[in-house]
Design a protein around this ligand. Structure first.
Ligand code: HEC
Ligand code: HEC
Length: 270
C-alpha cells in the first residue's frame, strides 16, 4: 500500500491559475507517475452530469475520493487524511464551525471540497452576455461561427449550460479515430473509454462530451491531451464526429465563436 507523501495537492494538477487544469498532456502525481488521461478543468465541473472523462463518478462528492486514494495521484488513505486534518487546530476549528462536530469525517471532507468546487464557475462570457440580449457582445464573425456550430451539428453533442458535459458520445462516429490516428501504440492512445467500466461493446471509445466553456484556454485537448491547437480539434470533430471536411475559413469562424465562451475567473481569483 502506498502512503501519501504530502507533495501533491488538487492544485498540483488542477492549477487554478491555469484555468483549473494544467498545460501538459498528462499531469504528474505521486512518485512522478503520469496520469492516464488529460486533466480536465475543475471550473464549471459542478454543471456536468457526471465526473471524469468516462463519467465513472456521478457527483463531485463521489469524485473527490478518487484522487486522494489513487496510488498514482495522491496515494493517501482516509485515515491519513483525517489524521492530518485533525492535527491542525485551524482545520479542526473550521470544520467544527461548519459541521458542528468535534471530529472530522470523510463525508465532511467530501462536502467541503465539492462545495468549494461548485464556486469555481466562470460567468459573464461574451456568449453569455449575447444570450442575455447584448447584441454587441459578439462580432459578426463570431455570430457566423455560432451559426456554423449549430447548423453543422456540433450542438447535438456540445449543448446545455456547460456547452457540453451532459452526455456520452463515441470518439469517432463517422470514421474510426483510433485506426486512423494510431501514431503511437501506447495504452493511452487505445483508451477504451466507457467500455472499460461497462464492458458493453456499444460504449467502446465513448467519453463524456466535454464542456466547451473556456476552451480557448485549456489546451492541450482531448482525453489524451494529444492535440495542441483548437483549430485542429475542430477539424477532427468535423471529420470524425460529423463526417464533414470544413474549409479553413469556417474552422476559423468556429474557433472565433469558441473564444467567446471564455468567462470571468471564479470569485476566489478576483
Ligand atoms: C495527479 C494529478 C491529479 C490530482 C492530484 C488531482 N486530479 Fe482531479 N483529475 C486528474 C485527471 C487526470 C482527471 C481525469 C481522469 C479521468 O477522467 O479518468 C481528473 C478529474 C477530475 C475531476 C472531473 C472533472 C470532469 O470534468 O470530469 C474533478 C472534479 C477533479 N479531478 C477534482 C480533483 C480534486 C478535488 C482533487 C484533490 C482532492 C484532484 N482532482 C486531484 C488529475 C488530478
Ligand atoms: C457526436 C458528438 C459530437 C459532435 C457532433 C461534436 N463533438 Fe466535440 N467532442 C465530442 C466528444 C465525445 C469529445 C471528447 C473526445 C475525446 O476527448 O476523446 C469532444 C471534444 C471536443 C473538443 C475538445 C474538448 C477538450 O476539452 O479537450 C472540442 C474543442 C470540440 N469537441 C468541439 C467540437 C466542435 C467545434 C464540433 C462541431 C464541428 C464538435 N465538437 C462536434 C463529441 C462531439
Amino acid at each position: 500500500m502506498s502512503t501519501g507523501d504530502k507533495t501533491i495537492s488538487c492544485t498540483s494538477c488542477h492549477n487554478l491559475y491555469l484555468n483549473g487544469a494544467g498545460n501538459v498532456s498528462f499531469s504528474v502525481g505521486i512518485n512522478g507517475s503520469l496520469a492516464k488521461r488529460n486533466t480536465p478543468t475543475v471550473f464549471n465541473s459542478g454543471f456536468s452530469f457526471r465526473q471524469f472523462w468516462d463519467g465513472r463518478a456521478l457527483t463531485l462528492e463521489e469524485q473527490v475520493e478518487a484522487p486522494f486514494l489513487n496510488s498514482q495521484e495522491m496515494g493517501a488513505s482516509w485515515d491519513e487524511i483525517i489524521t492530518t486534518l485533525m492535527n491542525s487546530s485551524d482545520y479542526r476549528e473550521r470544520f467544527k464551525q461548519v459541521y458542528g462536530k468535534n471530529f472530522i469525517t470523510p463525508d465532511q471532507v467530501r462536502d467541503a471540497i465539492s462545495t468549494f468546487e461548485r464556486t469555481l464557475v466562470t460567468t459573464n462570457s461574451r456568449f453569455d452576455k449575447w444570450l442575455k440580449g447584448d447584441e454587441g457582445a459578439l462580432s459578426h464573425r463570431q455570430k457566423e461561427g455560432y451559426q456554423l456550430f449549430k447548423s453543422y451539428g456540433c450542438i447535438k453533442c456540445h449543448q446545455g449550460v456547460n456547452v457540453g458535459g451532459n452526455m456520452f458520445e463515441r470518439l469517432g462516429v463517422f470514421r474510426e479515430y483510433y485506426l486512423e490516428n494510431n501514431t503511437d501504440n501506447t495504452k493511452r492512445s487505445q483508451d477504451l473509454g466507457r467500455f472499460a467500466i461497462t464492458k458493453n461493446e456499444e460504449t467502446l471509445y465513448e467519453f463524456k462530451v466535454p464542456s466547451l466553456r473556456n476552451i480557448a484556454l485549456t489546451s492541450p485537448y482531448l482525453h489524451d491531451g494529444s492535440i495542441k491547437k483548437l483549430r485542429n480539434v475542430i477539424d477532427i470533430m468535423a471529420t470524425y464526429q460529423l463526417g464533414l471536411k470544413l474549409p479553413e475559413a469556417e474552422i476559423e469562424k468556429i474557433e472565433d465563436f469558441l473564444s467567446t465562451l471564455t468567462g470571468e475567473p471564479p470569485t476566489i481569483l478576483r
